[in-house]
Design a protein around this ligand. Structure first.
Ligand code: NAD
Ligand code: WQD
Length: 345
């Protein structure tokens, strides 16, 4: 077991839980802080079933600086932070912008403020390809222009990147790695953990697997008249376990002081653009299960096409997305079946 502990905020959430598994399997002691606003403490059981280790867990809100101070006092061995805790529903952020700005920005600022006094060496931040908006050119590199955010949620990611940059440039004694995720999908191959959508899913894969299960009548494909080969939108779907592994590499890079720069930014994607209709085909081919679907009109605000150039992460982090899209679809389906077995959905 390593001696440097990692604080994982939002660690019972979708990407956080997969990352906790990878951290534990790499030998890191972990402490999770989560307010369970979008996750369930039963996730801790799933993590324990996979790794044999129950992560330490503090149920608290990261916007509560006193709770964070108490956590750092209890765990003086925290040397790295991975900050997943955030509100992430784009539509909700249009209706409740203050909730989004307050939650996402205060969480980040509290953590940044407490890092130096607690001798934390680095923070990994969950950013998003949403910062590129509708790109002029695909694939996007880290130098591609940042476009004006189209939602308060997206804006919190842009502002967070700026806050981190300002704090580091002001001479903070720690490093930061900003990871811009493309579209995280799938679940752990054990089907012990996965994405737990709250209510009617807004994102493609949970809706697709629920339609395949018969929980939803049919998947609506939002548009087939885009300027793409089959007319449906194109994204870069990245397997959540591949994504989780990049966090272990990133946090280790800061703990071991491997980088010259105090702040680094990486795209995390596969480099392959996949359309909605291609993804439905991949799911059906991989699982043998049909996805009832129909073409409907475009969804307001959708990006036509975006996919990553992941070479910077490939070359500098030595990380590469390895999973095949059909394996990823099988993992998403196995998780949906597990939810059904457990009577959750
Ligand atoms: P998630 O909602 O499953 O996980 C976030 C976790 O943070 C939840 O468990 C929630 O309860 C917790 N949380 C929220 N606010 C908190 C607070 N103030 N204090 C303590 N805990 C809090 O989301 P996810 O999909 O795992 O996303 C993780 C991060 O990655 C988020 O920052 C999100 O914006 C970012 N991201 C996600 C995607 C995606 O498509 N899933 C894409 C790009 C970036
Ligand atoms: C993917 C594709 C839809 C649902 C959102 C956020 C973004 C990022 C990831 C965090 C699109 C199509 C979807 C459905 C469909 N999150 N679709 N029918 O839009 O790429 O990004 O999540 O940072 O900020 O905006 O992801 O999963 O919603 O959609 O046809 O029922 O699936 O039109 O082309 P998106 P998504």
């Amino acid at each position: 077991m390593k001696t440097e502990r990692i604080l994982v905020t939002g660690g019972t959430g979708y990407i956080g839980s997969h990352t906790v598994v990878e951290l534990q399997q790499a030998g890191y002691p972990v402490v999770i802080i989560d307010n369970l606003s979008n996750s369930d403490s039963a996730v801790l059981d799933g993590i324990e079933r996979i790794t044999g280790i129950r992560p330490d867990f503090v149920e608290a809100d990261c916007t509560d600086i006193e709770a964070l101070k108490a956590l750092f006092a209890k765990y003086p061995d925290i040397k790295g932070i991975i900050n997943f805790a955030a509100s992430k529903a784009v539509g909700e952020s249009m209706e409740k912008p203050i909730l989004y700005y307050r939650n996402n920005l205060n969480t980040l600022m509290n953590l940044l403020e407490l890092m130096a006094p607690n001798h934390v060496k680095g923070i990994v931040f969950s950013s998003s390809c949403t910062v590129y908006g509708e790109p002029d050119v695909n694939p996007v590199t880290e130098q591609s222009p940042i476009k004006k955010a189209t939602s308060p949620y997206g804006n919190t990611k842009q502002i967070s990147e700026e806050i981190i940059t300002d704090v580091i440039n002001a001479g903070a004694p720690f490093k930061s790695i900003i990871l811009r995720y493309f579209n995280p999908v799938g679940a752990h191959p054990s089907a012990e953990i996965g994405e737990l959508p709250n209510g009617v899913p807004q994102n493609l894969i949970p809706y697709l697997t629920q339609a395949a299960m018969g929980i939803r009548k049919e998947l609506s494909v939002f548009g087939n008249d885009y300027n793409t080969p089959d007319g449906s939108c194109i994204r870069d779907y990245i397997n959540v376990v591949d994504l989780a592994k990049a966090h272990v590499i990133a946090v280790e890079r800061m703990l071991q002081d491997k980088s010259e720069d105090k702040i680094e930014i990486f795209n995390l994607g596969t480099g392959n653009g996949v359309s909605v209709l291609e993804l439905i085909n991949a799911f059906e081919h991989a699982t043998g299960v049909k996805v009832p679907h129909k073409i409907v009109g475009r969804r307001a605000g959708d990006i036509e096409k975006v996919w990553a150039n992941p070479e910077h992460a490939n070359n500098v982090l030595g990380w590469k997305a390895e999973s095949d899209i059909e394996d990823t679809m099988r993992s998403a389906w196995a998780w949906q079946c597990r939810l059904r077995e457990r009577g959750i959905m």
